[in-house]
Design a binder for this molecule. Structure first.
Ligand code: GTP
Ligand code: MG
Length: 229
């Protein structure tokens, strides 16, 4: 379900607040770029095919958890995590978008305000890789040259079912100026490294960004089985 917050009072209704607390999804307004303690706030968006593992990567990064039956995201979820990179502290405000096609038209609200984007595909699926490429094209078209883009080939623990060769993805990434890593949210492989590398690549002086105007929420739905099992 898509929820639109009232313009002046960014506070969840009591009916929705449990869902928001449980899933760390919060109403928000346009972000300020510096927190009280001096760390930078930088918006980040995850894009990719349904089931590629976007939510699992974020959950692993933020909470150190993995769910075998991760719920499919409805709209988008919002989480935060602070990273220390070089001499900087960066508070990532992470928008984990829904991969289902019916939410595609909402994605610009999230990537337009982002300083970084992680495009995720499942190494077990050529169609998921093709979807990742189409996200890259869409981001390139919107013309934000300062956007740091990373390509993550997730589920690299599933080597025996691999469809997308590492070399193929590496070559694509380098042709398109993307930073590339294979990851496993399940085995916690390269997840912290991925986010850390993005933090390092972010320019030191952030350009002001427009936060999304509409906030969406995750909701419970039938558990989705892993594509790989
Ligand atoms: P949408 O929200 O529908 O767009 O999907 P998503 O990209 O957020 O994928 P999600 O994190 O929900 O993961 C989909 C399924 O893949 C879940 O069953 C996860 O448990 C599984 N999964 C995620 N990451 C990994 C991984 O690294 N390895 C393996 N083996 N399974 C994974
Ligand atoms: Mg998800």
């Amino acid at each position: 379900m898509i929820r639109r917050p009232p313009r002046s009072t960014p506070k969840p209704s009591s009916a929705a607040s449990d869902v928001y607390k449980r899933q760390d999804v919060r109403f928000r307004q346009r972000p300020r770029l510096t927190t009280a303690c001096g760390s930078r706030r930088r918006a980040q968006v995850l894009l990719g095919d349904m089931g590629a593992g976007k939510s699992s990567l974020v959950l692993r990064f933020v909470k150190g958890q993995f769910h075998e039956y991760q719920e499919s995201t409805i709209g988008a979820a919002f989480l935060t995590q602070t990273v220390c990179a070089d001499d900087r502290t960066i508070k990532f405000e992470i928008w984990d978008t829904a991969g289902q096609e019916r939410y595609h038209s909402l994605a610009p609200m999230y990537y337009r305000g982002a300083a970084a984007a992680i495009i995720v595909y499942d190494i077990q699926s050529q169609s998921s890789f093709a979807r990742a490429k189409s996200w890259v094209r869409e981001l390139q078209k919107q013309g934000n040259a300062a956007l740091v883009m990373a390509l993550a080939g997730n589920k690299c623990d599933m080597e025996e079912k691999r469809e997308v060769e590492r070399e193929e993805a590496e070559a694509y990434a380098s042709e398109n100026g993307l930073f590339f890593m294979e990851t496993s949210a399940k085995e916690a492989l390269n997840v912290t490294e991925l986010f850390h590398e993005i933090a390092v690549k972010l320019p030191k002086a952030p350009t002001p960004t427009n936060g999304p105007g509409v906030v969406l929420t995750n909701q419970n739905r039938t558990p989705q089985k892993s594509q790989c099992c």
